[in-house]
Ligand binder design. Structure first.
Ligand SMILES: Nc1nc2c(ncn2[C@@H]2O[C@H](COP(=O)(O)OP(=O)(O)OP(=O)(O)O)[C@@H](O)[C@H]2O)c(=O)[nH]1
Ligand SMILES: [Zn+2]
Length: 463
């Protein structure tokens, strides 16, 4: 951690990054310092102690994540494409298109991440790029991905991203045409202010966009048919890819009328925090006055405040007191009469305290209770899960806190499994797309009875 390591520097140089000042360590660069200061303001605004162990390195981690995630502002396409164009013959004779003279080339399934300019959360991109060579030359395949990444590593909107990749490749390669299709996936938080989460909430917003130049300029161009057919071989149906030319159609859930209306903290966001986010945008190389970014700091702060460190215990105490009444047994029972009761797939949403990025997933809870006894209600369990999710967290602590709270209600024998996807593991750093994390807490009888544990774990459905 800390200063960029050698391998990282090499990688950035290879990508054509113009490192402003190589002599300065990453930590000392003014942009890093400014972002770290801004993150401290945000943590204070959340009511956190910035010196607590879990948060001490957070400002630097966030600065590193954001600067790496927007390194595209410091990269140029020319350096990537130039030198990677090589001669390739077309047909020797006869009629047709092939090789460096008209033979369509496509690269499918490039996994990229970008930052949503509207809310500053990362979004996932599956990118498919094609081009029709001309002038008897082709480009190195990896460069299609590298160029796409230059524009993904900026604050973006899907359609602009597609257009910028398309236009940059067109100018860099000078082919007969370029086609770009992006399948984008944006995390969609439910209304976190409500005590009860909507179990039918869709956790993602998807959008499919396209952009074309030259022989792909026209949406109905024949060449699109070939491109889409080559995607179909891989099971990708992109027929409905559309160009959203009107910039007022925003896909980001933070801008959907319902999220902006239902937010009870619709009042003014903390001005100091908003200024801090504005300074982050500037440090990343963006113009905070760009019209698409004007409301972004405010939106980000309002979203972040869902995880503020206050009132949670108080609210929870109210619930726990209410919940206890449900549990009063109707008669005396012996432990042997108790059976395992489970509540599976309780959804949760939380925020990683290391990188200030979301992690979300499901919680499974098991406990012993007596048949006939009114078990703890599913909605109470879900509220407990929800309350502990709405904090800056790590998954292990979330798991333990849920287990301890349920145990305090039910007298000890509790098992909790949390399954989660961490944005910090997939959108940045190690970029392990598709990876997920499971944690477990076992209390009381579940810690000494492997059969009980196994019975509960086997009851968790495959996802
Ligand atoms: N145990 C645990 N680790 C987490 C959780 N969320 C994030 N992390 C990890 O926190 C660690 C922070 O490590 P650092 O080396 O200080 O930060 P970093 O350089 O951003 O780490 P990388 O993610 O490896 O790039 C990383 O390994 C993250 O994967 C969590 O819920 N539980
Ligand atoms: Zn967004």
């Amino acid at each position: 951690m800390g200063a960029l390591d050698e391998e990282h520097l090499d990688e950035e140089l290879e990508n054509g990054v113009k490192l402003g000042c190589i002599e300065l360590g990453f930590e000392e660069e003014p942009e890093t310092v400014a972002i770290k200061d801004a993150v401290k303001v945000l943590l204070h605004g959340l009511g956190e102690d910035i010196n607590r162990e879990g948060l001490r390195k957070t400002p630097l981690r966030v600065a590193k994540a954001l600067r790496e995630g927007t390194r595209g502002y410091r990269q140029t396409v020319k350096e990537i494409v130039q030198g990677a164009l090589f001669p390739e013959a077309g047909l020797d004779n006869g009629v047709g298109h092939a090789g460096g003279a008209g033979g369509l080339v496509i690269v499918r399934d490039l996994d990229l991440f970008s930052y949503c300019e509207s809310c500053l959360l990362p979004f996932q991109v599956k990118c498919h790029v094609g081009y029709v060579p001309s002038g008897l030359r082709v480009v190195g395949l990896s460069k299609l991905s590298r160029v796409a990444d230059v524009f993904a590593k900026r604050l973006q909107d899907p359609q602009r991203l597609a257009n910028e990749v398309c236009s940059a490749l067109h100018h860099g390669i000078k082919p007969a045409g370029v086609a770009v299709i992006l399948q984008c996936l944006h995390i969609h938080f439910p209304n976190l202010e409500s005590a009860f989460l909507d179990s039918n909430h869709q956790g993602w917003v998807k959008v499919l966009v396209s952009s074309g130049s030259g022989v792909f300029e026209n949406d109905n161009a024949e060449m699109w048919g070939d491109f889409l057919s080559l995607l179909k071989f891989k099971g990708i149906n992109a027929e409905t890819a559309r160009r959203t030319d009107s910039s007022n159609q925003c896909w980001c859930p933070s801008q959907s009328s319902s999220s902006e209306k239902t937010s009870s903290n619709n009042g003014a966001a903390n001005p100091g925090m908003v200024t801090a986010v504005t300074s982050i945008l500037r440090s990343l190389g963006e113009d905070p006055l760009r019209k698409e970014l004007l409301a972004t700091p405010c939106r980000f702060v309002k979203w972040l405040m869902n995880f503020q460190n206050n009132n949670l215990e108080m609210k929870l105490n109210g619930f726990v007191c209410g919940g206890m009444d449900l549990l009063k047994p109707n008669g005396e029972v012996t432990p042997s009469e108790k059976q395992i009761h489970s509540e599976l797939n309780l959804s949760f949403w939380s925020q990683c305290e290391h990188h200030l990025l979301p992690f979300h997933g499901v919680v499974h809870v098991g406990y012993f209770c007596t048949e006939g006894l009114n078990p703890i209600g599913k909605s109470l369990l879900h509220s407990i899960v929800h309350f502990y999710g709405c904090k800056l967290q790590v998954q292990e602590r979330l798991t333990r806190q849920i287990a301890e709270t349920v145990s305090s209600l039910l007298g000890g024998d509790v098992i909790v499994v949390v399954e989660a996807n961490h944005t910090c593991m997939i959108s940045r750093g190690i970029e392990k797309i598709g990876s997920s994390t499971a944690t477990i807490a076992v209390l009381g009888r579940f810690s000494t009875d492997p059969a009980a544990r196994a019975m509960f774990l086997q009851s968790i459905p495959n996802t």
